[in-house]
Design a protein around this ligand. Structure first.
Ligand code: SF4
Ligand code: SF4
Length: 347
């Protein structure tokens, strides 16, 4: 749509007015003894917004697809949905997390629409902010670069003396009413473009090859069992690499019954394909089959999903290079650049 400019001195008042009007979820610092870490949380004052964050512990998908979510409640023969979407602003999301949300949007609209996700998603306004500080495990500049973020309503970039806000939708345009914005000049727009382009050169990690060549070699390595056994030999099957991933979306559904044995709730929880029981199926009469019993099979499955299986559907890999999995893995074996770069080229 259009590009607007707000001076640094007016920015705090803009965020304060937004917070007063509706819930604003933004990156904020979380106390830690070792290092400063960041989370997306509801802001109560503009001072808590930390647009200089590198990466958050969990991605913003938790706002639409939380770790635990009631899908419906039931009482006897009656069931009613648990949909209570709240209009809110996700402020300061990095572009790679918007790419991940775009993927989840597409997958949760495929065939049967997932209203429990989509209703929350539709009620949100998403504002990207430029990457001011790059995470030490990030490689977003070398993966899926052909896929651009689409699901945001506005893109905020810090420039000299203030911020450029490029609006993309009418929801993005509506933000202008909360602050002292003016039309951005050509030089401010040019500066914002250069700021965003230069961030790519700061990614410390890199994946070698195009999305197509990576997909080809990862697929071709499916039958290389010694390779996957070696890569997965230190895996604890803890599932942390799935839990922190913005593009993982598997869940488990359970019914919880109250003591009256007629009312309760149907609830979903994040699930993780790296855990031992993920692929365990009941065969009835106490029998079960686990079709990915070995940790090497589960480890391989994750890389097949991220680099090859979903490419045709998503237009690129199901990984946005945030580096959260690399940082979350106790054994430090989950880094997609380390794993994929080790896989030999397809013949
Ligand atoms: S790769 Fe790392 S984070 Fe993932 S399940 Fe194995 S040990 Fe856990
Ligand atoms: S696989 Fe790792 S780097 Fe890729 S999107 Fe998931 S958490 Fe981020």
């Amino acid at each position: 749509m259009h590009s607007h400019y707000i001076k640094e001195k007016d920015f705090k008042a803009f965020v304060a007015k937004l917070i007063a009007a509706k819930p604003v979820i933004g990156p904020t610092a979380k106390a830690s003894r070792q290092q400063e870490r960041f989370v997306f949380a509801q802001l109560s004052r503009p001072e808590d917004l930390r647009l200089d964050y590198d990466v958050t512990i969990l991605p913003p998908k938790k706002e639409f697809f939380p770790p635990r979510q009631d899908l419906l409640s039931f009482d006897g023969g009656r069931a009613k949905p648990c949909l209570e979407p709240v209009e809110k602003v996700l402020f300061g999301v990095h572009f790679y997390d918007v790419k991940a949300l775009d993927m989840t949007d597409a997958l949760f609209q495929e065939r049967n629409e997932d209203r429990n996700y989509l209703a929350h998603r539709e009620a949100a306004t998403i504002v990207i902010s430029n990457v001011q500080k790059v995470s030490p495990r990030a490689f977003w500049a070398s993966i899926g670069t052909e896929v651009k973020p689409r699901g945001h309503d506005a893109w905020l970039t810090k420039v000299a003396g203030g911020y450029v806000l490029e609006t993309a939708t009418t929801k993005g345009e509506a933000l202008l009413g909360f602050g002292s914005f003016a039309a951005a000049s050509e030089s401010q727009i040019g500066e914002a473009r250069r700021v965003n382009e230069s961030a790519a050169g700061k990614c410390p990690k890199a994946l070698r090859g195009t999305s197509a060549s990576v997909a080809k070699k990862v697929r071709a390595a499916f039958g290389n069992e010694p390779l996957w056994t070696e890569l997965a030999k230190d895996c604890f099957s803890c599932g942390s690499c799935n839990t922190v991933c913005p593009t993982c979306y598997c869940f488990d559904v359970q019914d919880w019954w109250n003591v009256d044995q007629k009312s309760g709730a149907r609830t979903r929880y994040w699930d993780s394909c790296l855990t031992e029981d993920f692929a365990k199926l009941s065969l009835g009469a106490g029998a079960a089959e686990n079709f990915r019993e070995e940790r090497a099979e589960r480890f391989r499955h994750r890389f097949m999903r991220k680099a090859a299986y979903l490419n045709a559907k998503l237009g690129g890999p199901a990984c946005v290079g945030c580096g959260r999995c690399s940082a979350a893995c106790t054994a430090d074996i989950a880094d997609p650049t380390e794993v994929i770069n080790k896989i030999p080229e397809a013949a």
